[in-house]
Design a protein around this ligand. Structure first.
Ligand SMILES: *[C@@H]1O[C@H](CO)[C@@H](O)[C@H](O)[C@H]1NC(C)=O
Ligand SMILES: *[C@@H]1O[C@H](CO)[C@@H](O)[C@H](O)[C@H]1NC(C)=O
Ligand SMILES: *[C@@H]1O[C@H](CO)[C@@H](O)[C@H](O)[C@H]1NC(C)=O
Ligand SMILES: *[C@@H]1O[C@H](CO)[C@@H](O)[C@H](O)[C@H]1NC(C)=O
Ligand SMILES: *[C@@H]1O[C@H](CO)[C@@H](O)[C@H](O)[C@H]1NC(C)=O
Length: 299
């Protein structure tokens, strides 16, 4: 920036009004040159958000009338965006054959959308939970359509929460057995999709036993640190389609351009993405920038 001034002063032409006018023009051009390129570059980047990804929604919101409307609104506004939605009526399907009337009213509304894949929540307590109880939960979900005589009261796969990170043969057999069980159940068709949630990068041998794995479920601050430490380098880029990432506790100041940058960064590493500004009860409601996030997923 100082070069043109030096250049001008060396020629000793600063004294006349004319040369001061020229200097002013030169300075103006330098300023414009410094400011304009970033704007142009930013505009170009808007069209380049990287690979598309699905919106992943841990919908632990009780379906009181209208409570799921913020979700339905973005689903219908963005038919080109796919949504993977996890429902959790009672720490799983709940103890009864069918969930309560609020659920039986709202679930078919979601399954009616072509761009929604509903998954049923089942916990495994890091593969320590009695496998018969886990199977019973899965079977309950699979029985919903027949039990209610409503084909739209259905899920198309299972979200296994609390799966382990460390490898051991017995755990592998436990998880593989559950996946095989899901893949054989007609009531979960046609997808019979399986998601594991270790919440962090697990031993890579587990990846193949699920269709998708949540390799990050933590706060924005942690995401910033781990990206710096190249968190995802232990997983091959080719495995991106099998990965899901959840970033919560995003500061309210991360909006607009910086939220765009975050969404782009996460889309690059994972095929299913959830980002929320909520910093407590992350999944019990929709955060302040919910629609902004989904718009960026559609970009
Ligand atoms: C449905 O939700 C409303 C609002 O929370 C509640 O008052 C009602 O009792 C619920 N209905 C059933 C059948 O649980
Ligand atoms: C969305 O889902 C449809 C149908 O399964 C699929 O063809 C399409 O590739 C998906 N798009 C994305 C971005 O995942
Ligand atoms: C798991 O639950 C089943 C059915 O309730 C029971 O028969 C079995 O003994 C349990 N297994 C273990 C290891 O607790
Ligand atoms: C629904 O589930 C209950 C409890 O498991 C069972 O007793 C009933 O026979 C089922 N009804 C149908 C139509 O499958
Ligand atoms: C993804 O990961 C699995 C398990 O580690 C591996 O077998 C597979 O080759 C990887 N790549 C793709 C494209 O699935």
């Amino acid at each position: 920036m100082s070069e043109p001034e030096k250049h001008v002063s060396k020629r000793k032409c600063l004294k006349s009004k004319r040369s001061r006018f020229i200097l002013a023009i030169v300075v103006l051009i330098v300023i414009i040159a410094a400011v304009v390129p970033p704007v142009v570059v930013t505009t170009r980047k808007k069209d380049n958000m990287g690979p598309k990804a699905k919106v992943f929604v841990p919908l632990y919101v009780y379906p009181a009338p209208e409570a799921w409307t913020p979700l339905e609104n973005v689903i219908s506004a963005h038919p080109d965006v796919n949504f993977t939605v996890v429902i959790n009526p009672g720490n799983g399907p709940g103890p009864l054959a069918l969930p309560d009337a609020n659920y039986t009213r709202e679930i078919p509304r979601l399954t009616a959308y072509q761009n929604v894949r509903l998954l049923g929540y089942v916990y495994t307590s890091y593969a320590k939970r009695n496998v018969s109880a886990v199977r019973q939960d899965i079977q309950t979900y699979a029985d919903w359509p027949t039990n209610s005589s409503n084909p739209n009261l259905a899920v198309r796969g299972i979200f296994f929460d609390e799966t382990p990170q460390q490898y051991d043969a017995q755990t592998f057999t436990y998880l593989k057995g559950l996946t095989d069980f899901v893949k054989d159940l007609d009531g979960l068709g046609p997808d019979r999709f399986v998601v594991h949630n270790p919440g962090a990068v697990p031993d890579s041998r587990y990846l193949a036993t699920a269709d998708s794995t949540v390799v990050f479920e933590a706060a924005y601050a942690t995401f910033q640190e781990r990206q710096g430490a190249k968190l995802f380098t232990s997983i091959a880029d080719s495995n991106r389609t099998q990965l899901c990432a959840i970033v919560h506790s995003v500061p309210e100041t991360v909006e607009g351009k910086s939220l765009r940058g975050l969404v782009k960064q996460v889309r690059k590493v994972a095929d299913e993405v959830y980002i929320t500004h909520l910093d407590t009860n992350y999944y019990a409601s929709f955060g302040s920038k919910w629609t902004e996030f989904v718009d960026l997923m559609a970009a």
